[in-house]
Design a binder for this molecule. Structure first.
Ligand code: SF4
Length: 363
């Protein structure tokens, strides 16, 4: 079987099989992968010369978490009361006002799985924020948090989504996907929902036409086969999204950062290879031929690698992220301001356009 046959399937919107995707990963030269992924990117996006970016603010709802993921330095256990925080309404208001003043329109709200914060807490929070800021978009929580809220509130995940949307939820971030293979999840995040449950919650969101994104945290204990499995599970779920609904608006992979994590103590350290990241972006563009946007995560891979990723299938530079605490607490310290991100996009040969969570231009 020639590699061109696999590329042709990607361009014909056909599903690339596991075996075919593995062949791309192991056998296709990077220059060829990049060329094909870049051509497919140009077919999929609205304006081929444009690379989008976003302004949003990450506010962590709480750092108390019963999950204890082994890659996370951010959380603390319920008994560590000296380290706890739950963000107050005054802080939300101050930080949201700052975000609007900087030109943003959205909060990325995420945090730990607090054992006492159920559905009523989040409904009240979302309602209060929307009352203060009617145009604010809430890109909030994630499939694992939805599952956790359902569990402690003794309701279904579908009901959680319905109630959160009524209270003001705009979209569901793709957090907590890590690698959607249970062998991996049992080691790196044993208390988090299974791959099946993550996908089920996302499917419910897609049925309700709540926009979502899909992420991937790679570079720890997973095999290449498991990375491919992750991509194919996302592609298959997107194929089940009801016609005309948002589904996954974007795919966002990032490298595992090990500094100070339990996984590092277990012997798994970050070995970041820009070449491997570019290969991942290109293979993702070809395999995920039913997801329109692929994001270069400058926050975790740095400016130059992110710029190169824009020539390997990525069409979005992510957010300038006014505040980010989870990946930066494990060693990722890249920073951009508005001018910096636009300059980086121009240097890479594209036109920067500010976007919202639905990938609509805002400028
Ligand atoms: S990654 Fe999220 S769910 Fe996992 S321990 Fe950290 S805060 Fe909790």
């Amino acid at each position: 079987m020639k590699l061109q046959y696999i590329f042709d399937k990607a361009f014909a919107d056909e599903r690339i099989s596991h075996e075919e995707a593995l062949r791309l990963w192991h056998e296709a030269p990077l220059y060829l992968l990049a060329e094909q992924a870049d051509t497919l990117r140009a077919e999929k996006v609205r304006d081929r010369e444009v690379v989008t970016w976003q302004i949003d603010r990450n506010i962590n709802t709480t750092n108390v978490c019963v999950s204890g993921c082994r890659f996370c330095n951010f959380h603390c256990k319920p008994h560590q009361t000296d380290k706890h925080f739950i963000t107050s309404m005054e802080e939300y208001i101050r930080k949201t006002e700052e975000m609007f003043a900087l030109g943003g329109d959205q909060l990325l709200l995420q945090g730990g799985m607090h054992p006492a914060l159920g559905i009523e807490y989040y409904e009240e929070l979302f309602r209060a924020l929307k009352e203060h800021f009617p145009t604010l978009r809430l890109n909030a929580l994630g499939a694992p948090e939805v599952a956790h809220i359902a569990k402690i509130s003794k309701i279904t995940t579908r009901e959680v989504l319905v109630r959160l949307r009524t209270a003001g939820l705009s979209s569901l971030p793709g957090a907590g996907a890590e690698i959607l293979v249970d062998r991996v999840r049992k080691i790196i995040s044993p208390a988090k929902p299974s791959a099946e449950e993550w996908l089920r919650v996302m499917h419910e969101a897609h049925e309700m036409n709540i926009p979502t994104t899909a992420t991937m945290m790679y570079g720890h204990i997973e095999t290449i086969e498991e990375r491919i499995e992750h991509l194919l599970r996302l592609r298959d779920l997107q194929a089940e999204c009801p016609e005309g609904n948002y589904g996954f608006t974007a795919f966002i992979p990032w490298i595992f950062r090990s500094e100070g994590t339990q996984l590092e103590k277990m012997g798994y350290s970050t070995h970041f290879s820009p070449i491997e990241y570019l290969r991942l972006i290109a293979v993702a563009r070809l395999v995920l031929n039913n997801i329109r946007n692929i994001q270069a995560s400058w926050l975790t891979v740095g400016k130059q690698t992110a710029q190169m990723a824009l020539h390997c299938g990525a069409n979005d530079m992510g957010s300038i992220m006014i505040e980010e605490n989870v990946v930066s607490s494990a060693g990722a310290n890249n920073r951009f301001d508005q001018e910096g991100i636009c300059r980086a996009i121009r240097e890479a040969g594209f036109t920067p356009r500010l976007r919202n969570q639905l990938y609509e231009y805002r400028d």
